[in-house]
Design a protein around this ligand. Structure first.
Ligand code: ADP
Length: 162
């Protein structure tokens, strides 16, 4: 039987408990989930962690999820999904803030690769307000971010941003 593969893309600069919740939920729906660390065109040059560091942190945080693998990619997501035979692109959706941008990306990806569906999982209500950038802001001003990021990478973030 064909194994169902999904890709879960993002910048993950750094991965938050909101991202991890989406990855975990996706891992229950698909045989394999490939978390792919990309560099968002709009955020280029503004990352706090290199692509390699973001991959390494994700590997540490997903160790207990046997069907999740972590990779990175620098080109088009639609091409990457085709290369990996993925049937779905999984995105987390927070209230209204993500909708317009995510909808646009889903439509363009469908045009570029008609074989892949974008699926949106709604963010958990506890994580709706969480983003990598708000966490970085709080941390850089000395705030406690321990409830918002996986414990495996808390010290990496604090060391980098304080
Ligand atoms: P990008 O820079 O490509 O927007 P992000 O790393 O910010 O990537 O986010 C990757 C994906 O995770 C996006 O689909 C985004 O909507 C989703 N996401 C981000 N934060 C949360 C959260 N708190 N809860 C659920 N999904 C989230």
């Amino acid at each position: 039987m064909e194994r169902k593969i999904a890709v879960c893309p993002g910048s993950f600069d750094p991965v938050t408990i909101g991202h991890l919740d989406i990855i975990k939920r996706a891992s229950k729906l698909f045989d394999t989930v490939i978390v792919v660390v990309m560099s968002n065109y709009k955020k280029m040059g503004n990352y706090s962690f290199s692509q390699e560091e973001r991959v390494e942190m994700l590997i540490r945080c997903t160790r207990n999820m046997p069907n999740v693998v972590v990779d990175s990619h620098c080109g088009l997501l639609a091409e990457y999904a085709k290369e990996k035979n993925a049937v779905a692109i999984i995105k987390g959706l927070r209230a209204v803030s993500d909708f317009e941008d995510e909808f646009q990306q889903a439509l363009i990806n469908k045009k570029l690769n008609g074989d892949v569906e974008t699926l949106f999982l709604s963010a958990d209500s506890d994580n709706m307000f969480l983003s990598s950038s708000v966490i970085k802001q709080v941390c850089s001003f000395g705030g406690d971010i321990s409830a918002f990021v996986p414990k495996e990478i808390l010290s990496d973030i604090v060391e980098r941003l304080r």
